[in-house]
Design a protein around this ligand. Structure first.
Ligand code: BG6
Length: 486
């Protein structure tokens, strides 16, 4: 980024949940770390009747809530000086004039438009920005997920936004790619010679990718009930993680080199045929139970949820990749709300030794395993067998642990901080290209259709557990178990 050049970051949905919870706190942290250029302004855009002062006050209250002890009044006072507000109704082109006036005051400025609104507004916003003369050849647009409801709607949104912004100007955000451990997986895989020879079907028995949350649908019932776990988490976050684990080494870290390799994996995913949906997928919905020792309601009792809703709050899938490297290696994907723990991790289970000179039977307890954990802590653990001290040759499982917080004491950037920096610098590597996104839709659509066609309800599971029993059965059919059941 040219640090001298003024930059205007315009956040549509500037009073919304994402802006308050993630974007503005991330920008505040970047400001405190001196990572925002002096001439960077942040323009919150929404329909609310506010002026700059009113917006700053609103943001301040929310920032205290979401920043907690990181909120420091002195830093805040310098940060809010960057904040402006523009009242805009995305559907009314005439209302863009105030925003146009603010931005035109810096005609040489770089503009980044962050669309944190319902995707149904993306086309109208882009059209009105163009009509107001606000899109320059080097302007950028950030699109928040979910981008569409299926392949057709995602294409329609991409086509419409694509009228006004070139693909090189479009930053489709998947915040999982901004998480440090995910980038560390790239470093681990492609910065070390050690793992590459083992990273293939000959040595890997199965891969498990779990993103489990303890929370329920919270205040987002209305939104979630129309979306469900497949569209909210699998189509984007989990498939992106799968790509990072499975892709071939790219020739460089350049955006298209990386995205080309991810795309090849998405295209090589074995499609779900009609018979596969029952045998390779599980969808669940939580019932009342307990979370953190407190009773919690079931999904159907949550606010904003249709009483007979069939929306899934849990998904487990067996994915397979039709390539020489991965043929025959199941990639199990699992995500859910109201699960037992909040955990996001990738488990690479290696095969057992071909012959044990110690007479140890081949078993998952004794096999090598690499666990890359993104949440709650950021760690990489390597599970090995070692000799127990003593006069007999007795082997037991031990772990080599790398705790990133311990190893690197410097402050770690949150996903949104990292990704916002990348947008401002113009680095597309960690953003999803249109063809990747469409390939992901193409793979999940038959599963969604199969669920609809089956007429079955999602399988119930008690809040605070690891999901329906069918999830364990999905692995046991291959003689395998989820990591926490081993
Ligand atoms: C979002 C989903 O993309 O990711 C949410 O819309 C989910 O439903 C969230 O809670 C999880 O993100 P993280 O970073 O908290 O694991």
């Amino acid at each position: 980024m040219n640090t001298q050049r003024p930059l205007d970051l315009v956040i549509f949905g500037g009073t919304g949940d994402l802006a308050m919870r993630k974007l503005l706190p991330a920008l505040y942290h970047l400001h405190c770390d001196g990572l925002l250029a002096a001439a960077t302004r942040i323009v919150g855009v929404a329909r609310d009747d506010l002026d700059d002062a009113g917006y700053r006050e609103l943001v301040c209250v929310q920032a205290q809530r979401f920043l907690g002890k990181d909120f420091r009044r002195s830093d805040w006072n310098t940060f809010v000086a960057r904040l402006l507000y523009a009242r805009v109704d995305a559907l009314d082109g005439t209302s863009f004039s105030g925003l146009a006036e603010q931005l035109s005051a810096r005609p040489d400025g770089q503009r980044v438009f962050y669309l944190s609104t319902a995707p149904s507004l993306f086309a109208a916003i882009s059209r009105h920005l163009e009509a107001a003369g606000l899109i320059a050849a080097d302007s950028r647009v950030v699109l928040e997920k979910p981008l569409g409801h299926d392949l057709a709607s995602s294409r329609a949104i991409n086509d419409e936004v694509g009228h006004y912004f070139g693909e090189g100007q479009i930053y489709r955000i998947d915040h999982y790619l901004g998480k440090e451990p995910v980038q560390n997986l790239l470093a681990l895989r492609f910065g070390n010679a050690l793992f590459e020879p083992l990273w293939r079907r000959e040595w890997v028995r199965d891969v498990q990718i779990t993103v489990a949350e303890q929370v329920g649908v919270e205040a987002r019932g209305d939104f979630y009930d129309r979306v469900g776990a497949m569209r909210d988490m699998v189509q984007n976050h989990l498939l992106q993680l799968l790509c990072i684990v499975a892709m071939e080494p790219p020739a460089s870290i350049n955006p298209d080199a990386v995205r080309d390799e991810k795309l090849k994996i998405l295209r090589a995913l074995r499609p779900f045929g009609p018979g596969d949906v029952a045998s390779r997928s599980v969808r669940g919905q939580y019932r009342a139970g307990a979370s953190g020792g407190q009773p919690v309601p079931g999904y159907l009792e949550e606010a904003g949820i249709a009483p007979d809703s069939r929306t899934e709050t849990f998904v487990a899938l067996k994915a397979e990749i039709n390539t020489w490297r991965w043929a025959g290696v199941p990639f199990f994907l699992r995500t859910g709300k109201r699960m037992q723990d909040k955990v996001a991790e990738i488990v690479i289970n290696f095969r057992s030794v071909p012959h044990s000179i110690f007479g140890i039977p081949a078993s998952p307890q004794h096999a090598n395993r690499m666990v890359i954990r993104m949440q709650p802590e950021e760690t990489v653990d390597l599970h090995l067998l070692a000799k127990q001290p003593g006069d007999v040759m007795h082997l037991q499982p031990v772990q080599l642990n790398l705790d990133f917080a311990e190893a690197f004491r410097s402050r770690r950037l949150e996903a949104y901080e990292r990704l916002l920096m990348d947008v401002m610098r113009g680095n597309l590597t960690l953003f999803v290209r249109r063809d990747e996104q469409e390939a992901a839709w193409r793979w999940v659509e038959p599963i969604l259709a199969g669920w609809d066609a089956s007429g079955e309800r999602p399988k119930p599971y008690t809040a605070g557990t690891w999901g329906p029993a069918a999830s364990s059965a999905l692995l046991s059919r291959d003689g395998l178990s989820w990591y926490e059941e081993i």
